[in-house]
Design a protein around this ligand. Sequence first.
Ligand code: APR
Length: 373
Amino acid sequence: MKSRCANLLVEYGGIRIDTILKLGGEGGSLTLIGKKNDDGGWTFFRESQESAMTDVLDEEDQDLLLLLNPRTRMIGCDLELALKSLGRHWKQLRPVEIHPDFRWSMYKLVIESRVSNLYHWKKICLKNNPLYQLAEWISSSKHTVVLSGAGMSTESGLPDFRSRDGWWRNMDPHKVANVTAIEENYELFWGFYKYRIETVEQYSPHIGHHILAKWEKNGWIHGISTQNVDGYHVVAGNHNIVELHGNIRSIRCHYCGRSSDVADFLNRLNCSSCQGPLRPNVVLFGEMLPDNAWNQAFQWFHRAELVLVIGTSLQVAPANQLPCLTSGHTVYMNMEMPEELDPSFDLMIKGKVGQLLAELDEMLDYIHSGKEE
Ligand code: APR
């Protein structure tokens, strides 16, 4: 069965084989191919020039693989070893093709080796890399602001709302997250928010939250407007935060507005002053955003040179209007690219928040290290 090579992807009998790296030049050509594993990792193979790769079988069939393609060798799951398996020739050859997921990790290996044509590696790894483009924008922007959503906290363990396992997939938000619920079905309202408060207290910010706190400290971002009520950006160390939809661990009386302890709410107590029902200080459907929060966010986004929208479906107004306020660059970073998304974003980068921010952070450190001539 001949391989049908389409761009970077080659299908072999249902096993998806991607071209990871293709090198060419006077010295011949070398190719690394890879098979994505169920755990999200990769198994790399060195493909020889003449092999037609009639079939690629699983690791346990490696001997059969070698029989079929004596010159295609499985290298294993380590990219650095896979690169070294190409021998010292790879440093003389010119990169022709690099899988988008490997451009930055490959470039980090390249700058540690003495390759003879760094220019070509830089061009293919960085210049065609939207994440590196974003890193350059962040480095040059004097006023960068972030709009985050529930996708920022799923890797901490908190469900989002509209993904496959999101809150609103299993319950009607207008039954539990609006004022009527407090007045007509307090038991359901209280049970829903008690469970969410306990979940927020059970988990904690992940690496992505801590990276944004580092970027604020370094002056690389200037403010985060979050739709999240979990308070994780503050816990991670950000100070310039606007909680557009409030904070679930702050409690007040629904009638007289008197503040109360979260323990009073969890213990199902009423307001100690007027005996009214207690509720979290979150914006329920049908309620207005706090004036000061909206005004601050409005100013930030209006004067922003760069807006990063991270982990939100942008389904809920008015928060979803904030990116439109800037005349600067806008970047959407999310695991899914919703069809109804406004295509006017300058960059749309698909991926998991934790991984995208970690790679961006390495790129920013590299750019700010001065090694980027
Ligand atoms: N990495 C990247 N994106 C992710 C991740 C992740 N680890 N996890 C989830 N996402 C994406 C989902 O694909 C989804 O598009 O984050 C987005 C979250 O969207 P929603 O669930 O709609 O959450 P959000 O946009 O924050 O909702 C806004 O709606 O119900 C109200 O008040 C609630 O503040 C909330 C508002």
